[in-house]
Design a protein around this ligand. Structure first.
Ligand code: MRU
Length: 355
């Protein structure tokens, strides 16, 4: 399955598709400085929890690759500063912290192995961290395919499905999580049409999901966010499938603002509501969604559209995510299988399962 590539490691640096410019322009920037790569995450050049994880992995590898450190001690200090820079970009997407923790473990392993090798040891660490970043990307792709396969079986044979935001190729670097499920379903002869809420204020639905599906020739209808209730009541929707930014131990799920409302309405109308996410999006360290930090983004993203002011200069709120309580979720689709309530048990089993 060929999909758009939001991020790529190159000899020059990290190439990222500027998602702020879609669908109007398809422009890649190449980042050669890790601070610029971190800023690209913060500024939404790349977004979507798994893709943020890949970008952080590549960003850390980039920082270490270009480090001027001459000793292991200097490299260790610089590595810590690089990790901190990425940790300050987007607080809700747990894949970011998952990638940072993975790199910290890998760095310590490599530092131990190369402690007494001087310059050659530092070079070995630089190379090995690039390999690790490529591995993270490859694992994302494989996870998406498996999520897609598990999820496709849960999709109706024909009719409409709804998603939210963009949990597609642009958001993962693979075929997508929620959109991966839809892609796989369509690929295995499900006759589906996708209802795509535009997802104000950042319009990931209108700009990104509509673009991705349109490119793939998957039928879709774009709707505004305030049409969701109407279509769930009257629109013949057979399932809702969304991505996730962080899933707590009890199954409570943070995803793009608006997801909670869709889940409540889906339950009211007897429509199954599925979350599709890799194991790296689970945060089993927190008992419930109450502990999930919610990113507050700028007021301007609400008061302006595409740089044009649409509201008077008043206060505006922009929580970028909301938390859907587990009781509204029919199942959580991961690359290791499908978890159902009670999630505390089923998620733990999947997390402990060998991949
Ligand atoms: O603010 P964004 O665009 O990064 O938010 C993205 C989402 O909410 C996605 O649904 C989520 O990260 C899952 S992406 C596979």
């Amino acid at each position: 399955m060929h999909t758009v590539e939001p991020i790529r490691w190159t000899d020059e640096g990290i190439a990222m598709l500027d998602q702020r410019k879609l669908p109007g322009e398809v422009i890649y920037h190449t980042y050669t400085d890790y601070c610029d790569a971190a800023k690209a995450i913060k500024d939404m050049v790349i977004r979507g929890a798994p893709a943020i994880g890949v970008a952080a992995a590549m960003g850390i590898a980039l920082g270490v690759k270009h480090s001027q450190a001459k000793t292991m001690r200097e490299l260790r200090a610089e590595f810590a500063a690089i990790c901190d820079t990425f940790a300050r970009t987007r607080p809700t997407a747990v894949d970011l912290f998952w990638a940072i923790e993975r790199f910290k473990r890998r760095f310590e392993e490599l530092a131990r192995e190369n402690e007494s090798r001087g310059e050659a040891g530092l070079a070995a660490i630089r190379g090995a961290l690039v390999d690790e970043a490529l591995k993270v990307h490859e694992e994302r792709r494989a996870a998406d395919e498996r999520i897609g396969r598990f999820g496709a079986e849960l999709m109706p044979k024909s009719g409409r499905v709804m998603t939210q935001c963009n949990a597609g190729a642009l958001a993962t670097g693979g075929i997508g999580t929620a959109l991966g499920v839809i892609r796989m379903a369509v690929d295995t002869n499900h006759n589906l049409e996708v209802l795509v809420p535009e997802t104000r204020p950042y319009l990931q639905g209108a700009r990104l999901t509509a673009w991705e599906l349109h490119q793939d020739g998957i039928p879709l209808t774009l709707i505004t966010d305030n049409m969701v209730g109407h279509f769930l009541k009257t629109g013949g929707v057979g399932a809702v499938v969304v991505g996730a930014d962080r899933i707590a131990r009890n199954g409570d799920t943070a995803n793009k603002i608006g997801t909670y409302g869709i889940a409540v309405l889906a339950k009211e109308h007897g429509i199954p509501f599925y979350v599709a996410a890799p194991i790296s999006t689970l945060d089993l360290s927190i008992p419930s969604g109450e502990q999930i930090p919610i990113e507050e983004r700028s007021e301007e993203e609400v008061t302006h559209i595409g740089g044009t002011r649409i509201a008077p200069p008043v206060r505006a709120a922009h929580p970028a995510f909301d938390v859907t309580p587990a009781r509204f979720i029919s199942a959580i689709i991961t690359e290791r299988g499908v978890a159902r309530a009670p999630f505390e048990e089923s998620l733990r089993t999947l997390a402990e399962k060998k991949s």
